[in-house]
Design a protein around this ligand. Structure first.
Ligand SMILES: [Zn+2]
Length: 270
């Protein structure tokens, strides 16, 4: 993977609110919340299990989307699982749980989950990094619901500490790499059908960015904003906040490696 561009997975604008069958016992309903951070919108995943459908990420607080998810469950919504606490994933959780009388696990509004435990046939895979509470769900047969940890259309944002962690994110990518999945179904966009080269590309790209940041540091203090401009010069304005999160996460990782010093005046080489 030397300087090679990662293949991205794009798709046309999907039919919003329509249950799309992705595999046997696996449906997705796409919410109409497109944007620079969400692509065409959030994928709410429906996994058939004994006794009904398990919904992973109800999506934003949007009554039309909620109705569509309920309808796609054929009146048999058994439980709700959350990959993490961001609003485009969990905003509609409380209302959907109330409408269906279903239990909730994960995120900030559900019962806590533990790495490795199996809920309704889905195995929890802890993948902190994007956020510290992020998990993926292993469906068996080489299939994984990868949430915001790995997405086909865009690089995931790693939030600044303490909300996220670049070191944890890299370790979580390695976790998936070791498992040799066949397909990743993410929370935004199309499925990733060749996960291993994709994960290698992500690891390579992140590590290269960390080295770029290390090179940008000098013995003089520089603000995080200045360093962000140098690392992410060509970004549209809508992604500026995300770029700052990534910059701070990258600098914190360099600090953890003993290569950067952060202080009130900014950042400098250690
Ligand atoms: Zn997120």
């Amino acid at each position: 993977m030397t300087g090679q561009r990662r293949r991205l997975y794009h798709e046309a604008i999907p039919d919003y609110g329509v249950p799309l069958t992705e595999a046997a016992g696996l449906r997705r309903v796409v919410a109409r919340n497109p944007g620079p951070m969400t692509g065409h919108g959030t994928n709410s995943w429906l996994v058939e299990s004994e006794g009904g459908w398990v919904v992973v990420d109800p999506g934003p607080d949007d009554a039309t989307h909620r109705r569509a998810v309920l309808d796609a469950c054929d009146g048999r919504l058994r439980a709700i699982l959350l990959t993490h606490h961001h609003k485009d994933h969990d905003g509609g959780t409380v209302a959907l749980a109330a409408a269906a009388g279903a239990p909730v696990h994960g995120g900030h509004v559900g019962a806590p989950m533990t790495d490795g435990e199996t809920l309704y046939g889905l195995r929890v895979v802890a993948t902190p990094g994007h956020t510290m509470d992020h998990v993926c769900f292993d469906l068996g047969e080489g299939r994984l619901l990868s949430g915001d940890h790995v997405m086909g259309w865009s690089t995931s944002v790693v939030m600044a500490p303490p909300r996220g962690s670049m070191g944890a994110y890299l370790a979580s990518l390695e976790t998936l790499r070791r498992s040799a999945y066949r397909t990743l179904f993410s929370a935004h966009g199309a499925a990733i059908t060749e996960p291993d080269p994709f994960l290698d590309g992500l690891l390579h790209g992140r590590r290269r960015k960390i080295e770029q940041a290390a090179t940008a540091l000098t013995p003089d203090w520089q603000s995080a904003e200045m360093l962000c401009d140098r690392l992410y010069s060509a970004l549209p304005e809508g992604l500026r906040l995300a770029a700052m999160e990534m910059t701070l996460a990258t600098l914190a990782e360099l600090e953890a490696q003993g290569r950067a010093i952060g202080g009130d005046q900014g950042w400098k080489v250690a």
